[in-house]
Ligand binder design. Sequence first.
Ligand code: PAF
Length: 292
Amino acid sequence: MKVITKLLDLQRTIQQEKTSGASIGFVPTMGYLHEGHLTLVEEAGKNNDTVVMSIFVNPLQFGPNEDFDRYPRDVQRDTELAKDVGVDILFIPEVEEMYKGTQSVTLSVTERVEVLCGRKREGHFDGVVTVLTKLFHLIQPTRAYFGLKDAQQIAVVEGLVSDYFFPVEIVRVPTVREEDGLAKSSRNVYLSVEERREAPTLYQSLAEAKISIEDGERNPDAIISMISENIQENTSGKIDYVEVYTYPELAELTSLHGEIIIALAVQFQQARLIDNIIISVEPEEDLKCLER
Ligand code: PAF
């Protein structure tokens, strides 16, 4: 595995890959790798000649009161994990390398952003699309791999790629979960023992909502109430949101039908956890739904 920290080295290496006709699978990360990231690499390895991973804690996507400074970092451990799982090129730039001086052009997301985490984290997705635009230009991936745990991020990135004709296929990879259903996340390390015990309720409440839809419930408010009550009764976390939209457009619904996302965010003492399910809801006469 080649470890690269400088843009110029990366550009030279990518040029060689492109000249040799290699397809490139790209896994962008902020490090502190867990099984979710490693699954993205495995998926990328199945369909591409070369797998590139980036590790960059992107300051632009953190708000002033968010956890940029204390976001968990362990580059040495990440480098070993990346090598073991089959990354070919690991790009770990410094902030100064990615953001040289003042930016003279800024990117701003206008759709799919006024809901879910976008509404709560002002400017977050502007930071995400900015860094991904830079990384896509540098790495020129054939395919880029994103976990569905951050489903809004995927919706926004698909918008970016479609609007600006990036020649990259965005691959949606299902959320990797602990045995008890908790979605894997770098932030899970911040949960206290008691909170960790409570946290599987998040996914359980989504799974119960899915069963209720399969049984015929089509009222989004009823689904939201059901999930909220479950979380309030069984966790000490504070609900940030429980919302239901079409996916990937993230438009509001008065009755559940078609491809929908049920998403939630819960603030625990030191960790804000998010989770979601995306299901395909058949018309009311055929009461089945398929989880993606
Ligand atoms: O999902 C993440 O870890 C980040 O938002 C990403 C895509 C690496 C951009 O910084």
